[in-house]
Write a protein that binds this ligand. Structure first.
Ligand code: AHM
Ligand code: MG
Length: 334
């Protein structure tokens, strides 16, 4: 049983020595992310009743149709952090440019990059959704960070995690001291420790990929997915296929049970679909901290040198041995 059931705040205070800011700022930052999660979960639970399903009619910087809930989730994060005194700049999938918070400067030394509503195609059909966040520290003395100062390599993240709105709401994070999962108890409005120090199995039995894109993939990726479907008792094949349309939910499954999620590059779109800074990097940090791996197919996600805020990257993420084998297929060794 251990510490199961303790609140998020108590967990951080107890373990504070190992956390990035022993001043309580980091604990406040996570509590604010938790608050954004509670507010969004509250809307999602009533979404069919309060006219927040469907699209706004606009398109975002990625050229994708914006869902009403994308906008609501993004505004919720902004509201929660604007006068928090913690964060000097925010960047999100839904905004072309980062937002600076002069009202939090110079006290707020954190920068937050996030996907406010991951798996937006699930909004109207009552399927799982998530939010993904990456936390950086800004040491600049000269003033608020410029847009380019948020574009950092994954290894520079000081913490990362995701919220998941499934049958329960969860907050899962790492600050480089293991991965811990908290479940929101709606009765008392608190996140309670439910999954301490999550460790991923070295290999899984499940794969998640949008197989409708099979004919767009390069040969190595196709061969790998064909391999997973072959029957072979010794290697636990065929793997089961589970794809929810929500990256955070699929990675959550792999984190707990092992396996591999893929959003590969395509022959005509080698950069893939997912965004490096606020989808791939934070989940890569979480998964590596739990003993798993995250790769572009040819290199470690956390070492990709980013050039732009909304840069895309192919993503293979999951159990360490599954990811290594997928890389071997992509290199043409299998
Ligand atoms: P989103 O952040 O706009 O929702 O896009 C990311 C999502 C992932 O959650 C999911 O795994 C993938 O895109 C689904 O894409 P597709 O519909 O192409 O399979
Ligand atoms: Mg997303």
């Amino acid at each position: 049983m251990g510490r199961t059931g303790i609140t998020l705040t108590r967990f951080i205070i107890e373990t504070q020595a190992g956390y990035p800011a022993a001043t309580g700022e980091f604990s406040a930052l996570l509590a604010q992310i938790g608050l954004a999660g509670k507010l969004i979960a509250h809307d999602l639970r009533r979404a069919g009743l309060i006219n927040i399903l469907g699209t706004t009619g606009g398109t975002n910087v990625q050229g994708e149709a914006v869902k009403k809930l994308d906008e609501i989730a993004n505004e919720t994060f902004i509201k929660v952090f604007q006068y928090s005194g913690l964060v000097c700049a925010l960047a999100s999938e839904e905004m072309e440019k980062p937002v600076q918070f002069p009202e939090n400067w110079p006290h707020g030394k954190y920068m937050l990059l996030f996907d406010p509503l991951d798996g937006s195609s699930n909004t109207d059909v009552n399927m799982p959704l998530g939010a993904i966040f990456s936390i950086l520290r800004y040491e600049g003395k000269g003033g608020l960070p410029s847009a380019q100062e948020l574009v950092r390599k994954g290894t520079e993240q000081i913490a990362a995690g995701y919220l998941m709105y499934g049958s329960s709401t969860m907050l899962v994070f790492t600050s480089g001291q293991g991965v811990h999962g908290f479940t929101l108890d709606p009765g008392i409005g608190e996140y309670l420790l439910s999954h301490e120090n999550i460790r991923m199995p070295a290999r899984g039995k499940v794969y998640a990929v949008n197989e409708g894109n099979y004919h767009k993939w390069p040969a190595g990726t196709r061969r790998y997915v064909d391999y997973l479907k072959e029957s072979d008792k010794a290697t636990g094949r065929p793997y089961s296929s589970r794809y929810s349309g929500c990256l955070a939910a699929d990675v959550h499954r792999m984190l707990l049970g092992g396996g591999i999620y893929l959003y590969p590059g395509e022959t005509d779109k080698p950069e893939g679909k997912l965004r490096l800074l606020y989808e791939a990097n934070p989940l890569a940090m979480v998964v590596e901290q739990a003993g798993g791996g995250a790769s572009t197919g040819t290199m470690r996600i956390l070492e990709v040198e980013p050039k732009a805020l909304h840069q895309r990257v192919p993503l293979l993420i999951g159990s360490a041995e599954d990811v290594s084998l997928a890389e071997a297929f992509i290199r043409g060794e299998r």
